[in-house]
Design a protein around this ligand. Structure first.
Ligand code: ATP
Ligand code: MG
Length: 222
């Protein structure tokens, strides 16, 4: 599903954030990426998400060379092929929970009725349907992260990317999000998870890699 070949990413005025990285993620696999701060984890995720381009090397997702897509094609790729969950949720505070989840479908012009059914099904499955009409600011961190996961899954992306999804959560909320991600992977969702949370990595990932200075220093398969 993901094929990363000899990828180097250098930002202006710095050493390489990624240094010749080669990595594969199979369909249905959950890969956890661990490593100290500054080791290149978010950089890796951003390249796979098409939010940034490699300086050298290639990034292929489900047969598409993401590093070569035009800006227009990238916008569509991000909307339809990947779902992203961030450490700090990135929900829109002026929209209700339901409207936040509906947003990706609206951008993709999914008929309103079908989109609503899907959004409500996801919110129900994630245990936050009761908050559909509320604004995100009134929800707990764990609830907000569940809404963010629902939004990420709205357009049925083949790939779910998460950057520290439990990083900002208390332990009870983190446990809920961990269970949720483990369940999704059990259902066959391909995932790339960046995390400092080794419990999360063990709960849902079949393989763990560790980055240091933009290179893979350890790979553990369970
Ligand atoms: N937009 C940017 N401009 C310049 N340097 C950057 C940029 N983004 C990342 N870097 C640098 O690239 C390196 C890797 O950063 P990255 O954000 O990928 O680390 P990380 O492993 O996600 O760290 P953390 O655990 O703190 O989130 C760091 O040295 C960082 O300073
Ligand atoms: Mg990071």
């Amino acid at each position: 599903m993901i094929e990363i070949r000899a990828v180097t990413k250098t930002y202006d005025g710095g050493g390489p954030a990624l240094a010749g990285l080669t990595l594969d993620v199979r369909e249905g696999e959950a890969l956890a990426v661990l490593g100290p701060s500054g080791s290149g984890k978010s950089t890796l995720l951003n390249l796979v998400a098409g939010l940034d381009r490699p300086t050298e090397g290639t990034v292929t997702v489900a047969g598409t060379r993401v590093d070569e897509l035009s800006e227009t094609a990238l916008a569509r790729y991000r909307r339809e092929r990947v779902g992203m969950v961030f450490q700090f949720f990135n929900l829109l505070d002026d929209l209700t929970v339901l409207d936040n989840v509906l947003l990706p479908a609206q951008l993709s012009r999914v008929p309103r009725r079908a989109a609503r059914d899907r959004a409500e099904e996801l919110l129900g499955k994630l245990g936050v349907l009761g908050h559909a009409r509320a604004f995100p600011g009134r929800l707990s961190g764990g609830e907000r992260q569940r809404v963010a996961v629902a939004r990420a899954l709205m357009n049925r992306p083949p790939l779910l990317l998460a950057d520290e999804p439990t990083g900002a959560l208390d332990s009870a909320s983190a446990a809920g999000v961990r269970d949720l991600l483990a369940e999704l992977n059990a259902e066959g969702q391909t995932m790339l998870l960046v995390t400092h949370d080794t419990v999360l990595a063990e709960a849902c990932a079949s393989r763990t890699i560790e980055l240091a200075d933009g290179r893979v220093t350890r790979m553990v398969t369970r």
